[in-house]
Design a protein. Structure first.
Length: 109
């Protein structure tokens, strides 16, 4: 998490080659774009905006899929193991299945 934060912060703090911050923009002259290219092109968005947004979206997607998939998978697997115990399958068989699935047996019992 910290590494991603630093990468995003570096992208925000630095500008691509040819871009600079418009010193005439800001509170004194709000009608000027905050970023200027050497070619004269101006931008209201940060020149690295697409990269920054892609990194943020990727981080959100990773967090979302990891949380949802792990929670749903483990909950359903725990439920299956509990049902196996209730149906009379030997405890050692259920322990072996839990070990193979990577689930802590304490969560099942």
């Amino acid at each position: 998490h910290v590494e991603k934060y630093r990468e995003v912060k570096d992208l925000i703090d630095t500008l691509p080659d040819g871009w600079s911050r418009n010193t005439n923009a800001g509170t004194t002259n709000p009608s000027k774009a905050p970023f200027v290219h050497v070619s004269g092109k101006v931008s209201w968005k940060h020149p690295n905006f697409s990269k920054i947004q892609a990194m943020i979206d990727q981080a959100h997607q990773e967090a979302k899929t990891t949380t949802l998939t792990d929670d749903r998978f483990s909950r359903s697997q725990i439920k299956k193991l509990r049902l196996m115990l209730q149906s009379g399958i030997p405890l050692e068989a259920v322990k072996q299945k839990a070990r193979l699935d990577g689930i802590d047996m304490a969560m099942v019992l």
